[in-house]
Design a protein around this ligand. Structure first.
Ligand code: COA
Length: 238
């Protein structure tokens, strides 16, 4: 039984609920009274992923009142969704976060930039719960229409590990930016290390650790991830 007056996967919003939500969405924002309006707008909304409907109802998109935006260089396209307890965080010398239209960040997603690293996320891309993107030293570019399942992590840097001195005191380093091509799908819990490029339309199996590039339309799996076949072969096999 749903606890929401107008929700349910097949019901959507009723017209009264839509009118209520549209009214309060006009005043919603990431801070102060905007957050109060966001809470009011969301009262009739469905839970969990269903809440993206709030972003779809306004070009300004929707930022959940429990999200934290601690960033001075964030640019948001139209209709973006920033979910519950999502964290957009700028460390020392952190570069920009750019989100094109209709980017959805579900709950507990973390985007962090620091030491000149920036994050770009293309139109129609979604990051599922608890996925983390940490762009320190080098950039992270995620293309359009990409699906990052839950619990993925992308780190564009490593700690220095020279012997004879504490790791904690060493500079961060990087093998280069991370690039995820348009239309790629990363399954649950994929780890992407610095300097790795994933080609357009590639599939990365759940739990894989990507240490090397994966070409477009290939399917890669394992730790370290290896290409197991291409999507073309899969279709031939079926
Ligand atoms: C990548 C994936 C789509 C491939 O599915 P598939 O085409 O049915 O592949 P198969 O199950 O036939 O597996 C092919 C081979 O890859 C291996 N493999 C599949 N997934 C693997 C994984 N996550 N890690 C390591 N090896 C894996 C299989 O063991 C098999 O090896 P074998 O030929 O030696 O027996 C699927 O394995 C996967 O990881 N899906 C992600 C699920 C997920 O995260 N969903 C979240 C929702 S967004």
């Amino acid at each position: 039984v749903s606890g929401y007056a107008f929700s349910g996967p097949h019901q959507g919003f009723g017209s009264m609920a839509r009118a209520w939500t549209r009214f309060w969405l006009r005043f919603s924002g990431a801070r102060g009274l905007g957050r109060v309006a966001a809470r009011l707008a969301a009262i009739p909304a469905p839970p969990h992923k269903g809440r993206v409907v709030l972003a779809q109802m306004s070009p300004r998109g929707f930022i959940e009142p429990t999200a934290t935006i601690f960033h001075s260089a964030l640019s948001l396209g139209n209709g973006c969704y920033i979910g519950d307890r999502a964290m957009l965080y700028q460390r020392h010398q952190g570069g920009a976060i750019r989100m094109e239209d209709k980017v959805y960040l579900y709950r507990d997603v973390i985007l962090e930039t620091g030491m000149g690293g920036s994050i770009t996320i293309g139109e129609g891309t979604s990051l599922h719960p608890k996925t983390q993107v940490h762009a320190n030293v080098s950039d992270i570019v995620i293309g359009r229409g990409v699906m990052l399942a839950s619990n993925c992590s992308l780190y564009s840097y490593d700690h220095g590990i020279a012997p004879g001195m504490p790791i904690k005191g060493q500079d961060l380093r990087s093998k280069g930016p991370i690039v995820i091509g348009d239309g790629a799908w990363l399954g649950d819990g994929v780890r992407v290390l610095s300097g790795v490029a994933v080609g357009q339309g590639a599939v990365i199996a759940a739990g894989s650790v990507l240490t090397r590039d994966v070409k477009e339309n290939c399917i890669a799996a394992g730790n370290p991830a290896r290409v197991i076949r291409s999507r073309g072969n899969q279709e031939e096999r079926a």
